[in-house]
Ligand binder design. Structure first.
Ligand code: NCD
Length: 317
C-alpha cells in the first residue's frame, strides 16, 4: 500500500494486518508513556478543506503519538479560501518537505487526484472525499466491531457470519461506501436501510442488501446497527424526504426500536450525531452504544495506517 485512498487499496490480508497493528498500537496507549519513537523526523500534514472534529484531531493525535511533526492546514485562513488551486497547494506542501499528506475535501476524487497527478510524491491518506470514501473511518469501525463481536483475542479474526445494518443517508455517505467494501471483504453480511431517495443509483453492484424499512431490518436480529447523519449540507435542492419528522418517524433509532435488538447487539455512529433525529439521546448514551469508543479506536487505527505507510518496508503499488 503506497497511498490509502479507498478500501480497494487493501486486500483482505492487508486489512487484517492493519487491524492487528492497531491492536498493538492500542496496547501501547495504556502505558504511562504513550509516545512511540517510530516516526521521529517525519512531517505529516493535515490538509482539511472541509469541517471536521473527530477525524482531524484523531489523525493529529495518532501522528504525534508516533513522534511525527504535524502541520495543520485548514482551508479557512489559508490561500485556499482565496481561490488557490489544489495543485498549487500540493506544490507548496511538497516544497515544505511533507512526508505524508492527510486530505479531507468536499470533492469526491480529490485524494485520488493528489495521489496520482504527480504534484506530490509522498503517501496520501484520504480522510473523506465528498460522497466517495472515508477508508480510515471504515477501518476504525471494523476494529470496533471485531473487538465486540469476535470471541477471545480479536487479532487475526475477521467478521465472518456477523450482520451489520447501516441506516440513514447512504447516498451522501462516504462512511457507508467504505464500510460496505471493508465489512463485506471481512466476511460480514451488510444491510443498508434508507428511504429510496437516499440510496445511490447503482447500489445493485454493491456487496450488500438494501431495505427501506428499519423495523424490518431490526427483525433480522443484526449484531450491530450503524446510524448515519443526514448530510443536509450535501442536499442541494432538497426534496429527499417529505419532512424531517417523517424521516425521523421511519428511520430514527428510538429507545423502543433499540429494545428490539438482540441483547449483544451494539450501536454505532461515526459522529457528528443529531440526537433526537437519527438516534435517540438515550440510545446514544446506552450500554450498547460504542460511539465514544469508536473515537478512541480511531487514534489506534490511524497510528496503524501511518505506520504501514511510513514506517514499514516501502512497497510498490
Ligand atoms: C463523517 C464524515 O465526515 O464523513 N464523520 C466522521 O468522519 N466522523 C460522517 C458525517 O459527517 O456525518
Amino acid at each position: 500500500m503506497r497511498h490509502f485512498i479507498s478500501i480497494a487499496d487493501l486486500d483482505r490480508a492487508e486489512a487484517l494486518a492493519v487491524l492487528d497493528t492497531a491492536e498493538q498500537m492500542a496496547a501501547t496507549q495504556s502505558r504511562s508513556i504513550r509516545k512511540l519513537p517510530t516516526l521521529v523526523g517525519t512531517t505529516v500534514v493535515n490538509l482539511f478543506m472541509e469541517d471536521s472534529t473527530r477525524t482531524r484531531i484523531s489523525f493529529e493525535a495518532a501522528a504525534k503519538r508516533l513522534s511525527a511533526d504535524v502541520i495543520n492546514f485548514s482551508a479557512k485562513g489559508s490561500s485556499l479560501s482565496k481561490g488557490e488551486s489544489l495543485k498549487d497547494t500540493a506544490l507548496t506542501l511538497q516544497a515544505m518537505g511533507a512526508d505524508a499528506v492527510i486530505v479531507r475535501s468536499p470533492s469526491s476524487g480529490a485524494a485520488h487526484l493528489l495521489a496520482h497527478a504527480g504534484w506530490i510524491d509522498q503517501p496520501i491518506i484520504n480522510a473523506g472525499d465528498g460522497r466517495h470514501e472515508h477508508p480510515t473511518q471504515a477501518m476504525l469501525d471494523a476494529f470496533t466491531l471485531r473487538r465486540h463481536l469476535t470471541e477471545g483475542d480479536p487479532a487475526g479474526q475477521d467478521l465472518a457470519g456477523r450482520h451489520v445494518v447501516i441506516v440513514g443517508d447512504v447516498l451522501h455517505s462516504r462512511v457507508a461506501r467504505s464500510n460496505v467494501l471493508l465489512l463485506s471483504m471481512l466476511g460480514a453480511r451488510v444491510t443498508l436501510v434508507a428511504p429510496p431517495s437516499l440510496v445511490p443509483v447503482g447500489h445493485g453492484a454493491w456487496p450488500c442488501e438494501v431495505l427501506y424499512d428499519l423495523d424490518e431490518a431490526i427483525a433480522l436480529a443484526p449484531d450491530a446497527v450503524m446510524m448515519l447523519r443526514v448530510q443536509r449540507e450535501r442536499m442541494i435542492g432538497g426534496g429527499f424526504f417529505p419532512t424531517p419528522e417523517e424521516y425521523s418517524r421511519r428511520f430514527c433509532l428510538t429507545t423502543e426500536r433499540a429494545a428490539r435488538l438482540p441483547e449483544h447487539a451494539i450501536v454505532m455512529h461515526p459522529g457528528p450525531m443529531n440526537r433526537g433525529f437519527e438516534i435517540a439521546g438515550d440510545v446514544a448514551d446506552s450500554e450498547r452504544s460504542v460511539i465514544v469508543e469508536q473515537v478512541g479506536n480511531g487514534v489506534s487505527v490511524r497510528m496503524a495506517v501511518l505506520y504501514h505507510l511510513l514506517a514499514s518496508t516501502p512497497q510498490e503499488g
